[in-house]
Design a protein around this ligand. Structure first.
Ligand SMILES: Nc1ncnc2c1ncn2[C@@H]1O[C@H](COP(=O)(O)OP(=O)(O)OP(=O)(O)O)[C@@H](O)[C@H]1O
Ligand SMILES: [Mg+2]
Length: 296
């Protein structure tokens, strides 16, 4: 295990921001910390990055109690840049801080500028960068020393769709080389890069597991039926149908009592001489499953 946190707790005065959180990260695993505003994501990430002391609980990283910051890369939610520095100077600064030997640093900086698509902006002042460029530079800064764990606090939340796509693509490349823990309040972003999800609300873990498990929680009793002929009104008397709504006389969305009800529905259609042109599982979206878990 790369990182294990047990009963991690952070209190600010009487307010408990993170409450007895258990979390593990394996080598090369990508974990999304998902939760609404104020859930405790930033507080959790800061503790795991060794920037904030937990009130109680323990963290083991690389088998040790002390977090060795040389092996962690961190991108804050609101990174502060020196606006007068150029991209190259900023990476030089970040590289020195992380202790990269001088003779390796120039090569590293070139590699990072190219990875972040900032070769042509190398000598431009960061103050004039767009949000997307800043975030790509921030990501380059966080990984210049090839950490074992990259911690990213809402790396895409402030970006427009194309900036979002660029950063998510960078993360997809990076996860081949290192473990990534990143926070977001958008399930869709988590889906793009991660397999493991930890849902946080009011400082507590609400659910954790992989996307496959989350998808399994989608409901299979919601179906759509379309027929060549008009369906008619017999559905209302069938006790295996709990809800239905017609979008046209030939198309209906139904909620069935259980998965076995599907066969009854289909055989009733055939009995009534209806020709089925479409039958599919509507299911809840992943977003619905997420919201439901969060509201529990
Ligand atoms: N330094 C602090 N002093 C007092 N309270 C704090 C401090 N930092 C965070 N909190 C409180 O702890 C809770 C969790 O905050 P945190 O910033 O970790 O949430 P978050 O999930 O990152 O939210 P967001 O999505 O808005 O970034 C909030 O109620 C916040 O007000
Ligand atoms: Mg935050």
């Amino acid at each position: 295990m790369l990182l294990t946190a047990e009963k991690l707790t952070k209190k600010f005065g009487v307010h408990t921001a993170v409450d007895q959180l258990d979390l593990t990260i394996k080598d090369n695993e990508c974990v999304a910390l998902l939760g609404p505003n104020g859930a405790g994501k930033t507080t959790t990430l800061q503790m795991l990055a060794g920037l904030l002391t937990p009130t109680s609980g323990s963290i083991r990283f690389l088998g040790k109690k002390n977090i060795d910051r040389r092996f962690i890369g961190y991108l804050p939610q609101y990174p502060a840049f020196f606006p007068w520095m150029s991209a190259k100077e900023y990476l030089q600064f970040a590289g020195r801080l992380s202790g990269i030997p001088n003779k390796e640093l120039q090569g590293k900086i070139e590699e990072m500028l190219s990875f972040a698509g900032l070769e042509n902006a190398r000598n431009k002042r960061v103050g004039g960068f767009s949000g997307g460029m800043k975030q790509r530079l921030g990501l380059a800064q966080a990984m210049i020393h090839e950490p074992k764990l990259l911690i990213l606090d809402e790396p895409v939340s402030a970006l427009d769709p194309s900036g979002r796509r660029d950063v998510l693509e960078m993360m997809n490349e990076l996860k081949k080389k290192m473990a990534i823990l990143f926070s977001t309040h958008v399930l869709h972003d988590a889906e793009q890069v991660c397999d493991e999800i930890v849902m946080l609300k009011d400082g507590k873990m609400k659910w954790s597991g992989n996307l496959v498990d989350l998808r399994k929680m989608q409901d299979g009793n919601h179906v759509v039926l379309e027929t060549k002929e008009e369906i008619g009104h017999w559905l209302k008397t069938e006790n295996y149908v709990t809800e239905y709504s017609f979008s046209s006389p030939r198309e209906v969305e139904l909620r069935l009592r259980n998965p076995g009800s599907r066969n009854r529905l289909l055989s009733d259609c055939m009995e009534k001489g209806l020709t089925i042109t479409h039958f599919s599982e509507k299911g809840r979206t992943l977003e619905d499953a997420y919201l439901e878990l969060m509201e529990q």
